[in-house]
Ligand binder design. Structure first.
Ligand code: CP
Ligand code: NVA
Length: 307
């Protein structure tokens, strides 16, 4: 992997993604046999979290510990990046203390700025715009479940948000079609679609619909995410109204392939974007997906921090 940082799936080539998947598979297999390679012995990761997190925070911290390193969890109260001091100064100072930074914040531009001034790798742990670690894990999970990602029909039902954008980007990089059903006003934007098309060497791989049934037919994977992302709490009522009908439930599931896998980045809002019967049912792979966050992030840390 040539890149210094992981800010977006756009930073990666198809062979980088395959390399991450190969290292993930190896580390996961070793871990299942009780062995963890201590390749990050003595390395320290700074983890800046300006939004809530369970999976991302815990999986990165556990990943560092399993690989022999250590992680420091920093909340907004600790460093207050961009307010107590300039992002640029934060980047330069942290680069003197730790070997890598994971950051979850609001603006993608903050993450880009941090990476520009940091001499160490910076990993995007979610911004309002993107969630690349999630998309890598999702595609790894798809490959694990189906033995390949080639020819897999992925249908996303819901908001054209950070998770949907990163999934669209990874599909573009790997040459996969991506079908999205969103309510009017909540779609992936034409500007984003145009940029993503460039990543796919000019191929039109993103297909937008307004009816969940239209994307579900013959889908191998049905994916959804919350209707109200972190930072959008003031829009909650309007969103709950707009997204009514964009739920993965048993009726929708019947239209997909018999062996459809249901995915969700979590946290899920049971009874809203997904029903209990689906998330707890036989098609759901959400907990395998959540577990894979750990294995994929171990691979990312190994590849980025060891340099
Ligand atoms: N999927 C995900 O990123 O979960 P957290 O918000 O709990 O980290
Ligand atoms: N779209 C969600 C993802 C959470 C992992 C959010 O940004 O809140």
């Amino acid at each position: 992997m040539k890149c210094k940082d992981l800010l977006s799936i756009a930073d990666l080539s198809q062979s980088d993604i395959e390399e991450i998947f190969n290292v993930t598979r190896e580390l996961k297999e070793w871990h299942s046999k009780g062995y963890d390679e201590k390749c990050l012995d003595g390395k320290i990761l700074g983890m800046i979290f300006e939004k809530s997190s369970m999976r991302t925070r815990v999986s990165f911290e556990v990943a560092m510990l399993q690989l022999g390193g250590h992680a420091i969890y920093l909340t907004q109260n600790d460093i207050n990046l961009g307010k107590r001091e300039a992002v640029k100064d934060g980047a330069k100072v942290l680069s003197r203390y730790v070997e890598g930074i994971v950051i979850r914040t609001f603006g993608q531009d903050t993450i880009q700025e941090l990476a520009r001034y940091a001499s160490i790798p910076v990993i995007n742990a979610l911004s309002d715009y993107l969630h690349p670690c999630q998309a890598l894990t999702d595609m790894y999970t798809i490959k694990e479940k189906f033995g390949t990602y080639g020819g897999i029909k992925i249908a996303f039902i819901g908001d054209g948000n950070n998770v949907a954008r990163s999934l669209a980007q990874i599909c573009a990089k790997l040459g996969l079609h991506f079908y999205v059903a969103s309510p009017k006003g909540y779609e992936l934007t034409s500007d984003f679609i145009a940029k993503t098309k460039q990543m796919a060497d000019g191929k039109d791989l993103i297909h937008l619909y307004q009816d969940p049934k239209d994307v579900t037919k013959n889908a191998h994977v049905l994916y959804t995410d919350t209707w109200v992302s972190m930072g959008q709490e003031a829009e909650k009522e309007a969103r709950q109204q707009a997204f009514r009908g964009f739920q993965i439930n048993n009726d929708i599931l019947k239209l997909a392939k018999d062996d459809v896998r249901v995915m969700h980045c979590l946290p899920a809002h049971r009874g809203e974007e997904i029903t209990d019967e689906v998330i707890d049912g036989p098609h759901s792979v959400v907990y395998d997906q959540a577990e894979n966050r750990l294995h994929v992030e171990k691979a990312l840390l190994k590849l980025l921090l060891r340099k």
